[in-house]
Design a protein around this ligand. Structure first.
Ligand SMILES: [Zn+2]
Length: 242
């Protein structure tokens, strides 16, 4: 209970509204754990998807490069065979073509051996890509509905915030009519210390716990404007009666 129906008691009620407003603001910014969790999972998934796509692109480029070289070798081998046939009568040229074909075929075999594991890896990466996209598709609707629920929650909080703020400002304007200075002081202190008006408890300021001189305690007891201030932290003081 407050000892007087005077100015300070009413300012104290505004202070209650202000603290409630602070709670509304804080909870507005606090996102539900479930949403944060799913957002984090989705981010990780997106990283994996884009990482996987980059790997797949790089692999496809490697494969095309090797396939191009392979096709070139095949063409060179075919060409060498044609030339070999044309020169069937010349045994020296024959063996030169034979050597050439041998070298090209060895390189062709090497390339085909190189390509084999690349094809296997491509199959694996494509399967992984499909799997990750499947996860993405199954998580998306849940994330969307959590985001929508959160948006609705924020809108509702914002509405109660605005309603409460209007109520508070009207009361503050009324109080300013009887003591503008205390109201201005309260608003200024509140910018730094959310709890700008505090009760004196056992002779101490309940904001900073400093001892409050008796003269100031007596001033606070009147409950009238202008409000007494804590000499230590500068908060406005009120005397509560239990
Ligand atoms: Zn203090």
């Amino acid at each position: 209970m407050i000892d007087s129906a005077g100015f300070l008691a009413q300012l104290y009620e505004v202070r209650q509204l202000d603290l409630e407003l602070d709670v509304l603001k804080t909870s507005e910014a606090q996102l539900p754990a479930e949403l944060l969790d799913l957002r984090a999972q989705m981010n990780t998934l997106n990283d994996h998807i884009s990482g996987g796509l980059e790997d797949l692109d790089r692999l496809r480029r490697d494969i095309s490069r090797d396939e191009l070289e392979r096709d070139g070798l095949k063409a060179q081998i075919d060409h060498a065979r044609e030339e070999q046939d044309k020169n069937a009568f010349d045994s020296k040229a024959q063996s030169q073509y034979e050597n050439r074909i041998q070298q090209l075929s060895e390189r062709l075999n090497e390339l085909e051996e190189t390509l084999e594991p690349l094809y296997e890896r491509r199959v694996a990466l494509e399967a992984r890509k499909g799997e990750l996209h499947g996860q993405h598709r199954s998580m998306s609707p849940q994330l969307e509905s959590l985001e929508n629920a959160n948006d609705a929650r924020v809108v509702a909080l914002e509405e109660s915030f605005v309603a409460q703020k209007v109520k508070r400002d009207i009361r503050m304007a009324e109080l300013a009519k009887s003591d503008k200075r205390s109201v201005t002081e309260y608003e200024m202190i509140r910018r730094v210390r959310p709890n700008a008006l505090v009760p004196i408890e056992k002779g101490r300021c309940s904001g900073c716990n400093a001892q409050v001189p008796v003269a100031i305690q007596q001033k606070a007891s009147s409950g009238k404007a202008p409000a007494a201030k804590c000499p230590s932290c500068g908060r406005l003081l009120i005397r509560m009666v239990v």
